[in-house]
Design a protein around this ligand. Sequence first.
Ligand code: CP
Length: 314
Amino acid sequence: MPLKNFTSINDIDDMNSWIQEAKEIKQNTLSNNKLGNNKTIGLLFFNASLRTRLSTQKAALNLGMNPIVMNVAGDAWGIEFEDGTIMNGATAEHIKEAAAVVSQYCDIIAVRAFPTLSDKQKDESEHILNSFLKYASVPIINMESATQHPLQGLTDAITISENKNKKKPKIVLSWAPHIKALPHAVGNSFVEAMHKMDVDFVIANPEGYNLNPEITKDTPIFYNQKEAFKNADFIYAKNWSAYNDYGKVLKKDTDWMITKGKIGNAKFMHCLPVRRNLVVEDAVLDSDNSLVIDQANNRTYAAQLVLKKILENG
Ligand code: CP
């Protein structure tokens, strides 16, 4: 199926074939190094990034594209997203002009814009990502929005496929402690990616931390981490703030931290960045069972696959 935009895991029509194609790209990263010649991708960051920023540029370069990167929050004029506003406040430029202007310079626009975690309705409307979809005239890639991080979810699916040693592995997405209120995007996209794979998938989180039920659907949710971890092949740790009690941190104690004793021989996954000895102890991250660097490496091939599909679509 032709790919116009990539905004969520739901844009993946056949996860198995996408994973296969990503593995082929990984084997021969420069096989399509002319596909993007004379094409420009603009990477717009409203928030910080290490992996997404570098791996998406690397993917574009592997395809022969020219990447342009901008820290929108710090370096651009303040962008107004509301329609009909009298712009006599902090914002200096409307998204209608901003998105249309960037479309003059770029053949693809990629956007990172985190949620407020205070205004649930606004976050769930994906007002920044959807404004670019509405007002830009070129394809849009989501580099982590208020509710989705599909490049990460695709990466995680590729990484599990590469490292599984049984046909249908058991995967656990486990909430882990953090000092700050964090978004739901990585958890949401991981759940949606697992729903597209042939895996035995469960979620472990403390009471009060269930993700959006429209995303988790009928995934079993355990409030007992030890119970959830039984016979696990992969344990994916991530913190997220409460969804029902929106954006709140309800629990700070460390009893949900991932430890070597808890995970046994399971492979450990995390999207990074990760806070050592808060989310997960050193002994796990420093062990051979940790896949976090493999995941980060696969971010390039996930992005390259998405870019390739969009470029092939013309
Ligand atoms: N995992 C991830 O998206 O990392 P960055 O926030 O550093 O891009």
